[in-house]
Design a protein. Sequence first.
Length: 400
Amino acid sequence: MAYNPPKEILDRYADVLVNFALNSGEGVKKGEVVLLRVGEIAKPLLRSLRKSLLNCGAHPIINYFPDDFDREFYELAQDHHIEFFPDKYVRGLVDQIDHVITIVAETNPKELEGIDPKKIMKRGLTYKPYMDWRHEKEAQGKLTWTMALYGTEAQAKEAGLSLEEYWNQIINACFLDHEKPIEKWREVFSEAERIKEKLNSMKIKTLHVKGENIDLKVGIDQNRRWLGGSGRNIPSFELYISPDWRKTEGKIKFNQPLYRYGNLIKDVELEFKNGRVVSSKASQNEHVIKEMIATENADKIGEFSLTDSRMSRITKFMAETLFDENMGGEHGNTHIALGNAYQDSFPGDLTKVTKEQWKEMGYNNSVIHTDIISTEPRTVTATLEDGSEAVIYKDGKFTV
């Protein structure tokens, strides 16, 4: 008999997303408009989300889309279809909404395998204005968002788990086994805030990540702050920062598979020189990662992240970046993102920074933002402004 998560669990899940994750921990307010982006298979969670929003007095706008629906578009679409952007509709939508909840629910993680990746990347470029408009509104403090996972048979199979085991990871990771999960989230975010404050006070210039398959230097320097614990993504245990892409040097091999653009990519290896990827390898679907890196500014780093194993209750591979980038386990995890930087890593007023200033500070700008994950043992050493060094992460834990 197929496993279905109990309604009580889905109601708690919705409560976390609506009343905690959005509005930076404060939840939605009466009269606000929330876009719900949910696939067909996740309809049970959609019902709980809509109920929660209506109970709060908010207005849901529902973007409900069919499962396994993308491949045919790419098979049939001509160039003018790929390049079509409904600007008036999308502009109006961004202007209307106050928050966005996106539910990841893959019924076929390899749906686009064999599709020319150039088409997929080009489609992403077409919709770049949508993300730019969202980022602009977010920078003004007028938009918040969150993402969450709805477990499916297909995803569970990719992870080597039964659907019930898969959902148990979701339930544990999101504290849905607690009667009041929001209280647990507040505890976790309080500890994340403590670590962030310590890291931000250290005046770090560079980070050196060293392990058996990692020897990578990442430039931090001025005009940056560590982020995390904001509710963007549930679960979220990572602490991350947008580096100065120009100061990335070295090599890194990732031991976790990457599901991206409807493809499974394995054993990604990257080498950086002068801030750019100069060599990339993968044992499976290498052509997809290379095509992605060939996209404008996707050969530069946009994010560096660490997860403390003591915070995360995720202990198994989930075949979904949202969870895998927050994996705890014995060694925690490190991940970097190729492509777009998070501008909210800037500690000042985002609305007063010009495009040229973002460029001068080394904040990368790209339609791509792809997280790639390693859970191998590593030590992270910071070099500070005064030239001294300090280990900030070892044995899967922050040491500050």
